[in-house]
Design a protein around this ligand. Structure first.
Ligand code: CDP
Ligand code: CDP
Length: 221
């Protein structure tokens, strides 16, 4: 057990969990961990180094020796920023494939837990509240309808100057959600002790305010 508070925000792809988690962290002056970026950069490194995406033993060995560094939302591999290369839907799909492998997930646990430092941590992903930080101070399951999530991702990609096709995105999100929710190892699901935050009709500011309210209420107990 650690005395360092953790706010764990899990949810499906493009629900807004990263945006909300980063803003909550800023408001509280806490550290922020985008755990999805770890899976994305691991898949990116595997493709770069010719490790097959189904080679569980090879991926786990590679993951233990990855030279990763995080600065805000930027991720550095071997000292070089990977930038938007890990933010494409292709990178998301590759991340979701390797994320189904239990030995790879186990190899990434210590790296993620190392982010738990004073004054506190806000983190987002799929298993932050269930596996990585089961004793989190506040657990949130943040979601939105599939249509709204596809629209959010579409706007985000267009704003970044990427090509995007809404129909292909809907299909992509559906496949990734199914793989993330149906895998045997750390599947995406709402924990019994997690607050449900349905954001389809909420602004980002409203979602952030709700998480802060739950955190302050938990601290007052
Ligand atoms: O981390 P995750 O994949 O869940 O989503 P994100 O990258 O944080 O958010 C996807 C997009 O939805 C971002 O461009 C957000 O600005 C936008 N958005 C949101 O996060 N929350 C809303 N209530 C409305 C839009
Ligand atoms: O931004 P988006 O929600 O689309 O994806 P992400 O959070 O960057 O995660 C990419 C992929 O990594 C997900 O589809 C999951 O398969 C995997 N992942 C995971 O298994 N566990 C986590 N804690 C975070 C991500």
């Amino acid at each position: 057990m650690s005395d360092v508070p953790v706010i764990a925000i899990d949810g499906p792809s493009a629900s807004g969990k990263g945006t909300v988690a980063a803003l909550v962290a800023k408001e509280l002056g806490f550290h922020y961990l985008d755990s999805g970026a770890i899976y994305r950069v691991t898949a990116y490194a595997a493709l770069d180094r010719g490790v097959a995406l189904d080679d569980e033993v090879g991926l786990a060995a590679m993951a233990r020796t990855l030279n990763l560094h995080f600065d805000g939302i930027e991720v550095y591999l071997d000292g070089r920023p990977v930038g938007d290369a890990i933010r494409t839907e292709e990178a998301g799909r590759a991340a979701s494939r390797i994320a189904a492998l239990p030995a790879l997930r186990a190899a990434l646990l210590d790296l993620q837990r190392g982010f738990r430092q004073l004054p506190g941590l806000v983190t987002d992903g799929r298993d932050m509240g269930s596996v990585v930080f089961p004793d989190a101070s506040v657990k949130v399951f943040l979601t939105a309808t599939p249509e709204e999530r596809a629209n959010r991702r579409y706007k985000q990609l267009i704003d970044k100057g990427f090509d995007a096709n809404l129909a292909a995105l809907v299909q992509d999100l559906r496949e990734r959600d199914a793989r993330d929710a149906n895998r045997a190892s750390a599947p995406l699901r709402q924990e019994a002790d997690a607050h449900l935050l349905e954001t389809t009709a909420l602004t980002i500011a409203q979602a952030v305010a709700k998480v802060l309210e739950w955190y302050r209420r938990a601290q007052a107990r």
